[in-house]
Ligand binder design. Structure first.
Ligand SMILES: Cc1ncc(COP(=O)(O)O)c(C=O)c1O
Length: 396
């Protein structure tokens, strides 16, 4: 090994990554060594309170014994097998997911990510209806693959493909009159996030969501709830549509679904599922044994530790005590919250990080995003409130 190579192996991983990966991510100024509960520990001795949960993935925090035990057991028994064979752990994960899903949903198709879930949901809607146009909501985010990016607001700047798989139009968010006018029998699907995560945890109104449900039913349009970010307990119920009593035709899940193991799922009714047969959909890694035990362990833990109630209580605590310092207003639901700030959210994020509190930004420059693990404790929220209070007033 040359001296330069040796130097590289001991160098900061940010420098090493920059030399060998495509530079598409802005990265935070610390390097985690390990993590436990809601804390990340760095090599240089910092203990950072993580209220961002690795983009809403770490629902159970880090190193939850139930999840680790399930993964260890399963990796020893059978690390991987494809959908060419039936697996007890896959059947169990699907049964558990159906058990927590909104009314009317009783079939699952497993995939690996949020974009893959939405890609398949949109394909299913186009196949089932034979229609060629989809409606989405302004400001919505659904992923980076072809169909998912087509329904993502403002994706033109990075879409990259020469054409779109279907025509798309965007319903102005929270405009029930526009929704009623735009939804017709030419539309295959309407896709929406009940709480728009990337947009800054903006929660769509019940009236708007009810209008989407009524109009799509009237015209035989498939209603797709993208719960990739809002689902798996994050909004105080297993899925955010359950807070609004909305029953979508298809629901997509990923991120927190496996508590940190990459996985995704498309959920629908048996009536919808009966329209597809062998070869219509597929995924090599979807529904692999490790992902399935992770899904089961995540659902079991949310139930056993009463985490839905914890989410609702921590939300109430943040709403009551955290409109302090730079925060002027709070939007969102559960632990998918947007803290609207009196200055650029990125400045607030950086200042909080100096206090060892990790939060996130969003597409709205004024909104700081909280995606805390569902296991977050009251004292840890107090820590956020205290850190916010100590931030200096804006410079101008
Ligand atoms: C609502 C929503 N849908 C889809 C996606 C895409 O998920 P993934 O990055 O797993 O492909 C995201 C990611 O942020 C998301 O927030």
């Amino acid at each position: 090994m040359s001296a330069t190579q040796q130097n590289d192996t001991v160098a900061d991983p940010r420098v090493r990554e920059a030399k060998v990966t495509i530079p598409v991510y802005g990265q935070l100024p610390f390097v985690p060594e390990r993590a436990s509960g809601c804390h990340i520990f760095t090599k240089d001795g910092r203990r950072i309170l993580d209220l961002y949960g690795a983009h809403a993935v770490a629902a159970l925090g880090y190193g939850h014994p139930r999840l680790i035990h399930a993964l260890n057991e399963q990796s020893n028994r059978l690390l991987f097998q494809s959908n060419a064979v039936a697996l007890e752990v896959r059947a169990e994960a699907a049964e558990k997911l159906i058990g927590i899903a909104p009314q009317g949903i009783d079939r699952v198709f497993f995939v690996n990510s949020g974009a893959e879930a939405n890609e398949n949901a949109l394909r299913m809607a186009c196949m089932a209806t034979g229609r060629k146009k989809v409606l989405s909501i302004t400001q919505g985010f659904h992923g980076r693959t072809a169909a998912a990016a087509t329904v993502t607001w403002n994706s033109e700047k990075w879409y990259g493909f020469p054409s779109h798989p279907f025509a798309v139009e965007f319903i102005p968010r929270d405009d029930p009159a526009a929704a009623t006018e735009m939804i017709s029998n030419e539309i295959a699907a309407v896709i929406f996030e009940p709480v728009q995560g990337v947009a800054g945890a903006y929660d769509l109104s019940s009236e708007f969501l009810e209008t989407l449900r009524t109009a799509t039913r009237r015209h035989g349009v498939i209603l797709i709830a993208d719960e990739v970010q809002s689902g798996m307990g994050r909004c105080g119920q297993f899925f955010a549509v359950q807070v609004h009593h909305i029953e979508p035709d298809i629901l997509t899940s990923a991120k927190a679904l496996g508590g940190g193991i990459p996985c995704g799922a498309v959920l629908c009714s048996h009536h919808m599922a009966s329209q597809f047969g062998p070869g219509d959909l597929g995924s090599t890694f979807g529904g692999g044994p490790l992902a399935c035990v992770a899904i089961t362990a995540t659902i079991d833990t949310i139930k056993a530790e009463n985490l839905l109630q914890n989410v609702r209580q921590r939300e109430a605590q943040i709403r009551e005590h955290s409109v302090v310092g730079p925060v002027v207003k709070i939007q969102g639901m559960g632990l998918l919250l947007g803290l609207v700030c009196d200055r650029p959210a990125i400045e607030v994020r950086d200042a909080l990080l100096e206090h060892d509190v990790l939060t996130g930004t969003s597409n709205d420059p004024a909104v700081l995003r909280i995606l805390a693990p569902l296991v977050i404790e009251a004292a840890q929220i107090d820590h956020l409130t205290h850190a916010l209070r100590t931030l200096a007033p804006p410079t101008n």
